[in-house]
Design a protein around this ligand. Structure first.
Ligand SMILES: [Ca+2]
Ligand SMILES: [Ca+2]
Length: 104
């Protein structure tokens, strides 16, 4: 539990770093590689949608950003760890799951 929280914070700051660098920079220490891998394995449209929804670029979609982006209805489904923020991996995996469900 404790460890997971710390890791999430680390990943969050790594994403923020990547966002500041325009998502094209080299790897930024621990977590950077995983983030790049996660983004490259996800549909580019979803990655783009995440960054558009993340208006302040902190690497997480908060409830305000979610309503602005029209994701309010999906918020609780996407926020898997229920910390009231949708992290990039929650968004990417959650949206792919939602899309899969919709097409079935
Ligand atoms: Ca944000
Ligand atoms: Ca979350």
């Amino acid at each position: 539990m404790h460890k997971k929280r710390q890791t999430t914070a680390l990943i969050g700051s790594a994403i923020a770093g990547l966002t500041l660098a325009g998502c094209t920079g080299p790897l930024f220490g621990p977590g950077g590689f995983d983030d790049a891998k996660m983004e490259s394995s996800a549909p580019p449209a979803l990655v783009k949608q995440f960054h558009q929804a993340d208006a302040d670029g902190n690497g997480e979609i908060d409830p305000t950003e979610a309503s602005t982006a029209g994701l309010r209805a999906q918020f609780t489904q996407l926020d898997l760890d229920q910390d009231r923020n949708i992290s990039e991996d929650e968004f990417l995996s959650g949206m792919q799951e939602l899309n899969n469900n919709n097409t079935q």
